[in-house]
Design a protein around this ligand. Sequence first.
Ligand code: THU
Length: 132
Amino acid sequence: MDDLALYKIAEEARKNAYAPFSEFHVGAALLASDGTVYTGVNVENSSYGATICAERTAFVKAISEGAREFDSIAISAGEVPSLPCGICRQFMYEFAPQIRIITGPLREDEPGGGLQVRRLTELLPEGFVLER
Ligand code: THU
């Protein structure tokens, strides 16, 4: 699946975001190495700290379904660019330090939709790994 197709799945998923407090709606689409796509949205809570981001929702769904290898994750916050927060960077680093991170906003008139692609290792160069 190409980046644009994955991003469009994230945009569609974003419609299910539950964000009554921030009104900042985020959708994610996580592409596993076997081709399966897991979507996620941010799910906020009256106790604000209990909120979960779209990226972690997608990962939790995938991991709990048995997926362990990942290629890319697309993140849509609508018309604004949005990179993963620090907690999500570390959370994803556990499973996929090299994962490709695709962000918008989508520009239909630009080649490839004007999407940005980065490796997680660029955003989190020295993530924590537990050495025992
Ligand atoms: N949020 C995400 O879902 N992903 C990000 O990458 C950044 C922030 C959510 C958390 C919260 O529900 C809202 O966006 C505002 O911070």
